[in-house]
Write a protein that binds this ligand. Structure first.
Ligand code: ACM
Length: 536
């Protein structure tokens, strides 16, 4: 009987403490909840304390702005850092909290809240967690943070999300919002897909026709490919270099590196509309593409001429001067080789260079670009087609046609970002019968959640080359911010746990419970997430 009572009371205790655990996404590594009476209460006049180290200012600003925006609370900052200030939130740079990169520890307890980390980025992630300890509704003072003690750090070093701004253009204000969404989920790379057949979106001073001509198309296919016609409406837009710098700054304050993508040698119709002389048929006029898909017969590709390489080097020089990212994405996917097959110049080059065929030519193309990018101290990332014909020596591979490319690259000791389309393409439908126009493939929340980026085929040593994973949002059928949010949420939540949380802590049922609270936060923030995510 006594044993039974003890079992029941243990179960009850577990229940109580379990019920008190805050609903955090991504799930932290270790967490212990305090009692409700130990909650930290923010009173009028509470101070955010950051150390005199200026590197913590972005974290303080982020918290202050959040509290102002969603709770109408004005917090002050101070540079007095004793780490134990009463009624204060303290950020402490602490060299001892360095067992893992980006690690932080956090104590939220009665009169003090302290976030410690060896790095400013760790403090920033602590702030993201701290925000989730608040009730997700606008409350006047006193505002309570749930009492908790947390030790946390990410599983993967590369935690990425992509946005295609070529098929549809998203303005700077939405791109900043998008970056905030990534930061909230402790992601650290934003892959900005800036160029494609359907529009060139970044100002290049040396080649102004890229935006004067390449940023605009005369119309857009109506409906799902093959569509029901063309709307005939001129469509486009681009970012000026000043705007790009502003977005880079904004992202840097959120510890997000922006990786710009400049597509080559395929997906180049916007370039070729502006500069047809860089195509395999220089005399034929070209248009920025208006219909989705890769149309071998219609979408010409870059001619591997010296003129093209000089042009690309000039473009990449401006891009590399703008973006501090050590990584530049050069595309490399879906290049229609038929154009090189029919081009006397390309065939001659294949012979001259002793290349095997057009695949060898693609490899030659990418190797040359890599050499140039490396000469500026930067590294290329390419879609997994860059493996075809031989991988460039220092390239990072983004594996999208399944995991095969990623596995091959990891075995060759190259860094890999996993983004297989069956698990990581958030432009695919979330339900079997989606109520909106989407790419005709299906990616339910559970499949994202249960994705494991390190393939079982890899040995532990090879597995270390899996740098992380990334969700992609291709925008053929995403023409506005509300649709982008609908496609992104809540799959971004699932992705954040794949990338951040320990593998052993991932549990879809538990995640779904925590998601309920997260969706209330989204309501508070006005995020237009998909409300039917559970229907599969
Ligand atoms: C891709 O989806 N073409 C990378």
């Amino acid at each position: 009987m006594r044993i039974l009572i003890s079992i029941i009371s243990t179960l009850l205790l577990f229940q109580i403490s379990y019920a008190q655990l805050p609903s955090l996404i991504p799930q932290p590594v270790e967490m212990k909840a305090g009692k409700a009476t130990e909650n930290f209460t923010l009173v009028n006049g509470s101070t955010v304390v950051f150390t005199s180290d200026n590197s913590l200012k972005p974290s303080a600003d982020f918290l202050i702005n959040h509290l102002k925006k969603y709770y109408n609370i004005d917090l002050k900052t101070s540079n007095i850092a004793d780490g134990n200030r009463k009624n204060a939130i303290s950020f402490v740079l602490d060299k001892t909290v360095n067992q893992y990169p980006e690690q932080y520890v956090m104590e939220v307890f009665s009169k003090t809240t302290t976030i410690r980390s060896a790095s400013a980025v760790g403090i920033f992630y602590g702030v993201q967690t701290l925000i989730q300890l608040l009730p997700p509704s606008a409350k006047p003072f006193p505002l309570q943070f749930q009492a908790v003690s947390i030790t946390d750090y990410p599983r993967f070093a590369y935690r990425g999300m992509h946005l295609d701004v070529s098929r549809h253009f998203f303005d700077v204000s939405f791109v900043k919002k998008y970056i905030d969404y990534l930061a909230m989920h402790k992601l650290n790379y934003f892959h900005w897909h800036l160029t494609d057949d359907h529009g060139w979106r970044i100002e290049i001073k040396k080649h102004p026709k890229l935006t004067a001509i390449g940023a605009w198309r005369d119309g857009t296919i109506i409906g799902l490919y093959p569509g029901t016609g063309n709307d005939g409406i001129r469509y486009g837009g681009y970012y000026t270099q000043e705007e790009v710098k502003e977005v880079i700054r904004y992202a840097a304050e959120r510890y997000i590196t922006i990786i710009p993508e400049i597509e080559m040698p395929g997906h180049s119709m916007a370039v070729l509309a502006a500069y047809p002389e860089l195509s395999t048929t220089p005399k034929l006029p070209k248009k920025v593409a208006e219909t989705w898909g890769i149309f071998n017969k219609f979408n010409n590709v870059l001619l591997p001429s010296e003129q093209t390489f000089s042009f690309l080097e000039e473009v990449l020089t401006e891009v590399m001067e703008l973006f501090p990212s050590p990584y530049i994405h050069i595309g490399g996917d879906e290049c229609s080789k038929i154009w090189w097959k029919q081009s006397a110049f390309s065939q001659q080059l294949i012979k001259e260079k002793g290349l095997k065929n057009e695949t060898g030519l693609q490899s030659y193309f990418i190797h040359r670009i890599e050499k140039f990018v490396n000469s500026k101290g930067k590294t290329i990332i390419g879609w997994d087609e860059i493996l075809d014909g031989g991988l460039a020596p220092n390239a990072v591979v983004m594996s999208w046609r399944g995991e095969k490319g990623g596995i091959a690259a990891a075995k060759q000791k190259h860094k890999v970002i996993m983004t297989p389309e069956n698990f990581m393409y958030f432009n695919h439908a979330q339900f079997l019968k989606d109520d909106s126009l989407t790419a005709a493939k299906f990616l339910p929340l559970a499949n994202v959640y249960n994705y494991e980026p390190v393939p079982a085929e890899l040995s532990p040593a090879e597995g270390k080359y899996i740098w992380g994973a990334q969700g992609n949002l291709w925008s053929e059928y995403i023409s506005n911010p509300a649709k982008a949010e609908y496609m992104l949420f809540p799959r971004l939540d699932a992705l954040s746990e794949v990338l951040w949380s320990p593998k052993t802590k991932r549990n879809f049922n538990n995640f779904q419970q925590r998601l309920k609270q997260q969706l209330k936060r989204y309501d508070q923030m006005g995020i237009k997430y998909s409300k039917r995510y559970w229907e599969n």
